[in-house]
Design a binder for this molecule. Structure first.
Ligand code: F6R
Length: 262
């Protein structure tokens, strides 16, 4: 379940190669996408790779996990703007194929139901990328979120707002609420890759390893998924038991042939 890479760049390279590989096998793939610092090197590599290899991206569809309530898509700190900046402006943005929740939807509850329904109408998510918050959230499913939750509006925890303040100008107020896919929506993805990099995630990763499935640490729900891989760099893995680190570093080494795409 764990794959440990020497550093964030080699992890990003592997994830990018996996995406290219999966799109080549199934051009109409439905991807679940995440934002945040962890994903930036992944999208950077992916853009480089698809340009170098002239990968056909005309058919894939994507759904993003979350969006801040109250921020328009063209607000520089919205997740729509993040996706445009890091991915879509480089590969072409077709709003009919790439979907994010709308933080300005007039009826948010209805919008959440429509968003989850749209995922189902597209046949569900083939491959979901996830990051993890320091408090164990995935998407914006904060500690205490029911494991069977669907797309919903969430009050962001103080911890998440502090963590994410690094993306906002000094003194700016981080939105207090967001729309997020629910844990059940995420669990319905056919395959999940969760990425965690840096020392700041080491305690979260150790908590994931040590805990049974519990809403207190939402990421633990992935232990029930039949095809979820937890991809770590050495820093994020540093508090895992030494035998786990040894075993999982070895299996990451075995994945390295995928690097032929780099
Ligand atoms: C973002 C998302 C969040 C982030 C998580 C980690 O779309 O769903 O769960 O993945 O907060 O963020 P970073 O990568 O910035 O540490």
């Amino acid at each position: 379940m764990f794959l440990i890479f020497p550093d964030a760049e080699s992890l990003a390279e592997h994830v990018s190669a996996t995406l290219v590989d999966q799109i080549a096998k199934k051009p109409e793939i439905v991807l679940g996408l995440a934002t945040g610092g962890t994903m930036e090197p992944v999208y950077r590599r992916f853009v480089e790779q698809v340009k170098r290899q002239a990968v056909d991206l005309s058919k894939f569809r994507s759904f993003n996990l979350d969006e801040y309530v109250g921020l328009a898509a063209d607000h520089p700190k919205s997740y729509a703007a993040y996706m445009y900046e890091h991915l879509f402006r480089h590969i072409g943005h077709d709003p009919a194929r790439h979907f994010l929740p709308d933080g300005l939807a007039p009826d948010l509850s209805q919008h959440c139901r429509d968003f989850a329904q749209m995922i189902r109408q597209c046949g569900g998510i083939d491959l979901q990328l996830l990051g993890v918050g320091t408090n164990g959230h995935i998407g914006f499913n904060e500690p205490g979120t029911p494991l069977d939750s669907r797309c919903h509006v969430v009050a962001l925890s103080e911890r998440t707002r502090i963590d994410n303040s690094r993306f906002f100008p000094e003194g700016a107020i981080v939105p207090a609420t967001a729309i997020t896919m629910g844990l059940q929506d995420i669990m319905e993805a056919r395959r999940i890759l969760l990425l965690a990099t840096g020392q700041g995630k080491a305690e979260t990763v150790a908590a994931f390893h040590d805990s049974d499935v519990t809403p207190d640490v939402p990421v633990t729900v992935l232990k029930r998924h039949p095809d979820a891989t937890i991809m770590l760099d050495a820093a994020a893995a540093s508090l895992l038991p030494p035998d786990v680190r040894e075993r999982c570093a070895a299996s990451a080494a075995m994945c390295m042939p995928l690097r032929r795409y780099a």
